[in-house]
Design a protein around this ligand. Structure first.
Ligand SMILES: [Zn+2]
Length: 69
């Protein structure tokens, strides 16, 4: 029961875009991940506790870079 109470962070891949990685320099598809934190409580719909952030992840080296929309 109490596991449904608290802040929860989830990552969702919203799109993929080809780009050159800042770290390894490889041109590859980079998944764009939306990270959102929601607060969940008993019988209350989850609501966001802070603004969602977006990250582009390199599929070659795994480096994640924050991007602003
Ligand atoms: Zn890379």
């Amino acid at each position: 029961m109490f596991s449904h109470f608290g802040a929860h962070t989830s990552d969702d891949v919203v799109t993929r875009r080809p780009a050159v990685c800042d770290v390894c320099g490889v041109y590859a598809a980079q998944p764009v991940v939306k990270r959102s934190t929601t607060f969940t409580a008993f019988f209350v719909r989850p609501f966001p506790v802070k603004r969602s952030t977006y990250y582009a992840e390199c599929e070659n080296c795994g480096h994640a870079r924050r991007i602003d929309h």
